[in-house]
Write a protein that binds this ligand. Structure first.
Ligand code: DAH
Length: 430
């Protein structure tokens, strides 16, 4: 299940359609918020591994060993090797990569409009406590984002951050007042061209003091909200040129009021970011009860896909020269020229599901076997028989962005998927 449209925000109440016709799957916090998060057991660990196992990765000078995050003996741990291998990649720190180019363009906007007063922080470890990821930013105890189905848990108190908001409180406590935090974030999710279990976010945060708003004659919250909107409208123009924009009221646990900014792009409204006026409870934790602040969070992949015309989110991870050589430092918005479109191959799989079955668990199995050769996983049939047994049929689309796949290779992958699904997900193949 996907809890946001294209990877940018997770916590918004926004609209909700599960398996809608346009392929967008959104989850409503309006409905889930009051209910208890669904518990879904983590997947049993994979034995066969398709991914080269690296034994350690370096994150901002700190070495993380595989067994720091992949724990075969801990039932709460649901981090697969495929995710561990992404930990030190830091695409946002590569100046010639679309994610790094976009980040730098946002930096330029803040540097020139705020005389470099926003600090840039981009090497914080993505391994954070549940307190940082959830409690510090007031995510309710029963919020769906806390479930093992949606978040990667290292152990019961430690997760791979699912948003850069995880750093707000700690940075405030350390005395930072205006900052941009960029980093890789991790979410268990479905598979399609706009969803990948690792992506990048930038968090912006700005604290105001009474002298800032007193002259304006405005109430502090209104002052912060107006300043926020002015700042982000300017950012959108800096990135997209003279676009039509609109503000949509929404809900986030950490802000009140909360908004989403949308721009009109290719004949459709596109959600660009989530933001709002920070909840006083967050400021209070750092002794800032007399202050007011705004915050925003934006998904870099989603913006980069639009700005650079990148059709599939997997491409960001490609080291194929035909991809990487198309981008240069400082060149925002160069349009990507697809080097070739290799043919897709479709394989269907049907099974009777059990109560603990979740689509995210299924997708994790498929990704664990096929890696980036899987382009999409779609539920194409779903019915319950007279005995109350529910059957799902999924269509798996295999396609490499770099070469043609052979029948033999696909059949082998599909047969492995069938074996693993049966072994791990407690389903009965049909
Ligand atoms: N953390 C949110 C998400 O990942 C995005 C976000 C929304 C960040 C509003 C913020 C904010 O700082 O104020 O869905």
């Amino acid at each position: 299940m996907t809890i946001f449209s294209v990877q940018s925000t997770i916590f918004s109440r926004a609209s909700v359609v599960l398996f809608s016709s346009n392929g967008f799957k959104r989850f409503s916090f309006a409905s889930s918020f009051s209910s208890t998060a669904v518990y879904s057991p983590p997947l049993p660990k994979m034995k066969k591994r398709r991914f080269p196992i690296v034994s350690a990765v370096d994150i901002g000078g700190v070495t993380i060993a595989r067994n720091d995050v992949v724990r075969d003996d801990d039932p709460t741990n649901n981090v697969p090797d495929s995710i561990f291998s992404k930990l030190g990649m830091q695409l946002h720190r590569r100046d010639k990569h679309p994610i790094g180019i976009l980040k730098n363009a946002i930096y330029d906007y803040f540097d020139s409009n705020y005389s470099k007063k926003f600090e840039k922080i981009e090497d914080l470890s993505p391994i954070v406590s549940t307190k940082q990821n959830f409690d510090d930013v007031l995510v309710p105890a029963d919020h769906v984002s806390r479930s093992l189905n949606d978040t990667y848990y290292v152990d019961s108190q430690t997760v791979l951050r699912c948003h850069t908001s995880a750093h707000q409180a700690e940075l405030l406590r350390k005395g930072h007042r205006r900052f941009l935090v960029t980093g890789d974030v991790y979410r268990r999710d479905s598979i399609d061209s706009t969803h990948y279990p690792v992506f990048h976010q930038m968090e912006g945060f700005c604290v105001f003091s009474p002298e800032d708003w007193s002259e304006s004659g405005m109430d502090s919250t209104l002052y912060a909200a107006e300043d926020l909107k002015k700042c982000l409208e300017g950012l959108a123009r800096h990135l997209f040129g003279a676009v039509e924009m609109r503000w949509v009221d929404t809900y986030f646990p950490f802000t009140e009021p909360s908004f989403e900014l949308e721009i009109y792009f290719k004949e459709d409204w596109l959600e660009v970011l989530g933001c709002g006026v920070t909840e006083q409870g967050i400021l209070k934790q750092s002794g800032l009860e007399n202050n007011v602040a705004w915050a925003f969070g934006l998904g870099l992949e989603r913006l980069a896909m639009v700005l650079f015309d990148i059709p599939d989110i997997r491409l960001f991870w490609s080291d194929d020269e035909r991809f990487t050589s198309q981008f240069g430092k400082g060149e925002l918005g160069v349009k990507f020229k697809p080097f070739s479109k290799y043919p897709p191959c479709y394989k269907d799989i049907s099974f009777w599901i059990s109560e603990s079955f979740t689509e995210n668990n299924f997708c994790e199995v498929v990704r664990g076997i096929a890696g980036d050769l899987v382009e999409e996983v779609k539920l194409i049939d779903n019915f319950t028989n007279k005995k109350g047994m529910t059957s799902h049929c999924y269509r798996i689309v295999f396609r490499s962005m770099e070469r043609s796949l052979t029948d033999e290779e696909i059949n082998d992958l599909q047969s492995k998927v069938r074996d693993e699904v049966q072994r791990k997900l407690n389903v009965e193949l049909r």
